[in-house]
Write a protein that binds this ligand. Structure first.
Ligand code: SIN
Ligand code: FE2
Length: 216
């Protein structure tokens, strides 16, 4: 089952369903990628990328920062959202307008109108970095979807089910792709396989991912 959606003007985006409430919008953010990457640079100037520590004491291979009213953090005390960057004590940088617009448009395309995120986790993967299967479940209300934007080097995204042991689909995510999951698949497990080395014209040897959520 596939159909075409037009995000703006004549640009066509392929909808690839990943399950009930989950869809890959191929290339949905491609036309705005330069603006998004510039915004990531500004965010990282104010709140630098850092490799956080899991509650079990492991340093994550993915470097992270946040923007929005709330930012996702992990340390020995656990996973949670904070209004301030624990490294600087300052509020997280604002969620840029272009992130909000993209999140809303992608959510509409996926069948979730009226999505207004208050948190954006910014992930930076270098070759060798990976994110093991997990659920996004630190948010207050699972009625809101997750909007996830891929920029730079390609990666293999795993999308499973409600149980960690459920079979996973492997999805190749490229620069400009957006995945949205909500509704019946809101708590489905997902992860990213070890990033392969490569060179991307916009990001060099890196992949960025924006994960927009309504956290509070
Ligand atoms: C995440 O689950 O936070 C990130 C997913 C991705 O990098 O595509
Ligand atoms: Fe996640």
């Amino acid at each position: 089952m596939r159909d075409l959606f037009e995000p703006s003007g004549d640009q066509e985006v392929l909808h690839e369903p990943l399950g009930e409430g989950a869809v890959l919008l191929r290339g949905f953010a491609a036309a705005r990628s330069a603006t998004l990457l510039a915004a990531i640079d500004s965010i990282a100037d104010a709140a630098p990328f850092r490799r956080m520590i899991t509650p079990g004491g492991f340093e994550m291979s993915v470097a992270m920062t946040n923007c929005g009213t709330a930012g996702w953090v992990t340390d020995r005390k656990g996973y949670r959202y904070t209004t301030h960057d624990p490294d600087s004590g300052k509020p997280w940088p604002r969620l840029p307008r272009e992130f909000l617009d993209l999140a809303e448009a992608a959510a509409v395309a996926a069948g979730f109108p009226g999505f207004l995120p208050d948190a954006c986790l910014v992930n930076r993967y270098e070759p060798g970095a990976r994110l093991s299967l997990h659920q996004d479940r630190d948010e207050a209300d699972y009625g809101h979807p997750i909007v996830s934007v891929s920029l730079g080097l390609p990666a293999t995204f795993q999308f499973g089910g409600p149980k960690r042991s459920d079979p996973v689909k492997k999805v190749a995510l490229r620069h400009g792709d957006v995945v949205v999951w909500g509704g019946a698949s809101r708590l489905f497990h997902h992860g990213v396989l070890t990033l392969k080395d490569g060179e991307h014209p916009s990001t060099g040897r890196r992949r960025f991912n924006l994960t927009m959520r309504k956290a509070l």
